[in-house]
Design a protein around this ligand. Structure first.
Ligand code: ATP
Ligand code: MG
Ligand code: MG
Ligand code: MG
Length: 479
């Protein structure tokens, strides 16, 4: 029977024969092989009775090699593991040359995260990346699990689109390189502007507008797919390609939207605290090591799992934009001009330093900011009766900043139409979106949560490039 190491270790059948495949993590005294197959952070100890073995075969085995072993599962007397395999047969599947391994991050020692990024094709074989990517996969499962068990339907919104939901102009254009179909300009050059069979198209920045139209037919829906932003921001929180989770709910106002977002985040985080214990433990230890090298004032106040439990078990603080501005205006860093950007007026957009101040210094918990000035938010957000603010919300997280952006959507045809006019949103392009407000319109809401920001928080990592297999940033689209 072929078994994964995770399944052997979680329900060991003593005295049973096992076939196990994996990569050699360590090889000691020509007798102990630590084998890992990626299914868990834990290695399987394999004990070779080397008296009865072809020594030349054992000599070949190096760290990083792929092997298959066959043997009996026994209780282990050694420290660090409760079971081990007594190996009766080893098959070498793919050797790893020791000199070549030394040139890579597969060489067992602590490599910097920057170094790991340069070898994105190998980094998943390291303990750190194995742990992050297993957590990412489990979180992704938990997302679908949550929505499915709460009556949401998964809809796939288009990747290629003619519209720019945010109107922020942060889109990548789609180019048709099938030259025979590519429209030409009068001078015979390729017309790159309209080369999606005569139309201008972009990669989506958000599936929201399309998802909204589906919520107005299926009730509760969500999309969870790749989105693209041509923003040249080299921060540790932005990628040019990231995955976004976007639920949209009919018959749901902003309060319902906030309730759902909070409940959803707590559910998916609690799912991984239950199902990724070994990986979280490993990452926590890794972070604690890292923290020791920092000056005391920069150290994180809570270990990883405590931080996750804190978020799962405490209510997010709900604060209106207006209250937040008052807090910021009266806060010490503002008065002493320690913020780079001082908030003086109601109506200003918050910078990430303000968001972090509110979350990390003032409230010391996740914060939901709501009712933002209409002027700094997108056209589709529901205008409040004060005519100044919209029913928008952002969820801000410690160490991350904005993790969610959402709103109640403007459901009134006339108000939406005049808002589009006011903000120069192309009505010829978005006629279909506006039209939904003519037929059985209703209060509805939704939000967008950047999946990588969630993974960042869940793993305690500091850079978004380290929580996605192949990060796309202004410097990197090679592999
Ligand atoms: P930010 O203020 O951080 O640039 P945003 O307000 O531009 O984010 P939204 O358009 O509100 O982002 O998108 C919804 C969510 O998608 C954000 O709350 C965030 O979690 C995530 N997100 C936005 N841009 C990026 C990006 N470039 N890389 C990764 N995640 C992103
Ligand atoms: Mg942005
Ligand atoms: Mg923002
Ligand atoms: Mg936002």
């Amino acid at each position: 029977m072929k078994s994964t190491i995770a399944s052997i270790l979680s329900s060991p059948n003593l005295h049973q024969d096992y076939n196990v495949y994996g990569w050699v993590k360590a090889f000691r005294s020509n007798r102990f092989i630590a084998l890992n197959d990626g299914s868990t952070i834990k290695n399987l100890q394999c004990v070779v009775d080397f008296e009865n073995f072809d020594k030349s075969l054992l000599d070949q085995i190096t760290i990083g090699s792929a092997i298959k072993i066959f043997g009996v599962l026994k209780e282990s007397e050694g420290k660090g593991q409760s079971v081990e395999i007594e190996v009766s047969k080893v098959e070498v599947l793919g050797l790893a040359d020791t000199d070549e391994v030394k040139k890579t991050i597969l060489q067992p020692k602590r490599h910097s995260l920057e170094k790991l990024r340069e070898q994105a094709h190998l980094r998943v074989r390291t303990n750190t990346f194995g742990a992050i990517m297993r957590i990412r996969a489990k979180l992704s499962y938990a997302v679908h699990d949550y929505f499915n068990s709460n009556g949401f339907f998964y809809v796939n919104t288009p990747i290629i689109t003619g519209s720019d939901a945010e109107g922020a102009g942060e889109m990548f254009k789609v180019t048709n390189l099938n030259l025979k179909d590519t429209p030409k300009t009068t001078s015979g050059d390729i017309n790159f502007k309209e080369d999606f069979f005569g139309k201008e198209t972009n990669l989506t920045v958000s599936g929201q507008l399309e998802a909204e139209t589906y919520a107005l037919g299926l009730g509760n829906v969500y999309t969870f797919g790749p989105t693209f932003r041509a923003e040249n921001s080299n921060t540790s929180r932005h990628l040019a390609e990231f995955w976004m989770i976007e639920p949209e709910m009919a018959f749901c106002d902003l309060d319902g939207n906030m309730d759902l977002a909070e409940d959803f985040i707590k559910h998916v985080l609690s799912y991984i605290t239950e199902h990724c214990q070994d990986d979280l433990e490993f990452l926590e230890q890794r972070l604690l090591q890292e923290e020791k090298s920092k000056p005391e004032k920069d150290r994180s106040p809570m270990p990883l799992r405590e931080k996750l439990d804190f978020v799962i078990n405490n209510q997010f603080k709900r604060v209106s934009y207006t209250e937040a501005i008052d807090i910021l205006k009266n806060s010490k860093p503002n008065k002493k001009k320690k913020f780079d950007y001082v908030i003086e007026e109601w109506g200003a957009d918050l910078q990430s330093e303000h968001e972090r101040f509110l979350v990390e210094k003032h409230f010391k918990c996740p914060v939901i900011l709501f009712d933002y000035p209409a002027k700094i938010k997108a056209f589709y957000m529901r205008l409040n009766d004060d005519q100044k603010t919209v029913r928008a919300m952002d969820i801000l997280f410690p160490g991350i900043g904005e993790i969610v952006g959402g709103s109640q959507r403007e459901e009134r045809f006339d108000v939406l139409k005049s808002k589009m006019e006011e903000l120069n949103v192309d009505q010829d392009e978005l006629w279909w979106y506006l039209e939904t407000r003519k037929f059985g319109t209703c209060v509805h809401s939704g939000f967008g949560l950047g999946f990588e920001r969630l993974v960042l928080f869940a793993t305690g990592m500091g850079n978004i490039r380290d929580v996605i297999p192949y990060p796309r940033t202004p410097q990197n689209a090679d592999f």
